[in-house]
Design a protein around this ligand. Sequence first.
Ligand code: FUL
Length: 734
Amino acid sequence: MKQTTIFTLFLMLTTVSLTAQNSYMENPRMIPLLNSVAQERYVKRVEFEEGETLESKIHKAARVVPTQQQLNWQKLEMTAFIHFGINTFTGREWGDGSESPEVFNPANLDARQWVKTLKDGGMKMIILTAKHHDGFCLWPTKTTDHSVTSSPWKNGKGDVVKEVKEACDEFGMKFGVYLSPWDRNAGCYGNSPVYNQFFLDQLTELLTWYGEVDEVWFDGANGEGPNGKKQVYDWQAYYNKIEELQPNAVVAIMGEDVRWVGTETGYGRETEWSVTALAPGGTKEMTAINKKLGISAQSEDLGSRYLIRKADHLFWYPAEVDVSIRPGWFYHEEEDNRVKSLAKMTDIYFNSVGMNAVLLLNVPPDKRGLIHKNDSVRLKELKTYLDETFNHNLMQRAHFSSDIQSQTIPGDNIFGAAWKTQDIPAAAEANLNGAKTFNVILLQEDISKGQRVEQFKIEALIDNQWETITSSTTIGYKKLIRIPKTTASNIRLVIEKARDNAVISNFGLFLAPDMLSDPVILRDKTGKITIKTETEGPVITYTLDGTTPSPSSKIYSEPFMLEDGGTVKARAFINDFEEQSSVVTREFYMNKSNWSVVDKSDEHDNYPADNAIDGNDETMWHTEWGDNVASHPHHITVDMGEKIKLKGFYYTPRAGENKSGTIYKYSFFISKNGKKWKKIIDHGEFSNIANNPIRQTVAFQDTLKARYFKMVSHEGAYQEDWISAGEIGIINVK
Ligand code: FUL
């Protein structure tokens, strides 16, 4: 069904016939052709013929269009994720499935508060983790006892999915479900046919018990490792079931409609093609296509001409940027003060929605079953900031040159229906009706016609001189560019390179309010602390006793020493303390100036093990990599110079984009004399580190005393033989 309808080449070179209109009625996934001129469109997929020229391939690439479902989804722009479940109560990121449902008891759960808070933050859909990797179901499923039914919450009579869906309906919010294919609780996981049926039954319940579902999210995560259970998922059967029960839903990540952008940082690509050579979903056919091209959702290039030359197919497979408002996906009390700052959230908005993607922002409710105030305040601030930025389009009263105006139809955007260029390069020049000051540029392509622009620039008439003020590559559904404040009387959009005539549906100019950026707190190996802000001028105050910095706290004027570690909190102020940034907290542990590496399994010449204890996240220890290199276990043994009281340790993956060598499973030992060792953690895991490689802190059950520690790796996050580490250190008791 899905296979034969949505993937059907929909090629029409004649006027719209009755048949086409009828088939659209029957099948809403097809795009209707409304004008009576000759059209050529490929809905969601195009296949090339053997030996097809690049020119002909590019011609087709410009005509791959989204399904109606994909188009509707793209227009949502901002959507929300809710991670809630067993982990909310155990403090973990990945439960192992052995948790007792007894721990699940969100006494004050109020789904209306979630939905209202997210709506007030500008979100248009909510996707709920109906089941995460631990297998605990938030609805009273008939497939397993491992669900809300066995929990004390509402005496086993509760249903989180139902409450969220009802609240969504009440507030006019779209609704989606996250159902983890990887299940660490289900006894049948690994017995492929049995688990596939179990999973289909769960899917059926979710897609038939609650009404309309707009997005189904299939996570690709699986931490089983080479010796774990091997489940062969029947993706096609899952897709067929969704097509049958919720034909209007999009299926994301391991699904065929919406693509994972490739990181969990909140940042998309500057060149973000929705028309990709990357084949969607997890079926054998699609996996084989990607294998042949050597690409994955994480590849930098998914749609360039270079890739198209090699490709046999192209797909409409747009990006979704999933990121959490906090460091973790689930709520952890200790992260209450680590809610991302407004500056960071704004940055994420511009780098997701403004980079041709949909933002999926996770806001995890707490143990009470409520969204914490720190998160709801930040959401409101974000909404206010975006409204203040976008409410006034300085293009509104601009005049475009007459040849352009003649092609437009009045509408809700500056070009009306669209400005369709004739020949490339093409320029649209506007007189702004007096000098205007702006710092944000908005561009949109009418993607119902395809995505075509490959290179453009913006020029402005500043003091009677034309200057190029910015340039970039793709546009797609939406491109937002922030530039330094610029005052100009005329502005020009130049489409320099495109796959066909560009269809620009919006061109806007805005003035975003000034933003106070948060302080950044840094420490070097000796323990010297430096605090700075991105923007110039703010006064910074800080505290070392855990209290919140206020205007009367100590003013930061120069670097200071913090040898034994501690908590530094800082805040920036502008306008005579009238406006303040958020509070930034950094926890530092003892400095490492007396530490030395006494033993290591191996090290690459350029990345010695010493780098793991030099106090600098930017330098790393890396073991040899490539074929025939030493594999796990790798280890490092550190002498801390004296006996220290410790209550935990941390591991910081290497800095930068490349996270190769990140450790997933490890053991941790301590010793007083470097001879007799005590194993503190046996085969522990850094949950979700593959997707979110940030600092991992591990607390011990008791406070311990040791002079030496040893960390041993058992498995890498990306199934590699080698390992890497930015920093490894201990959490000391003072
Ligand atoms: C990942 C999962 O492993 C995380 O726990 C989280 O659910 C994230 C959205 O996707 O793959």
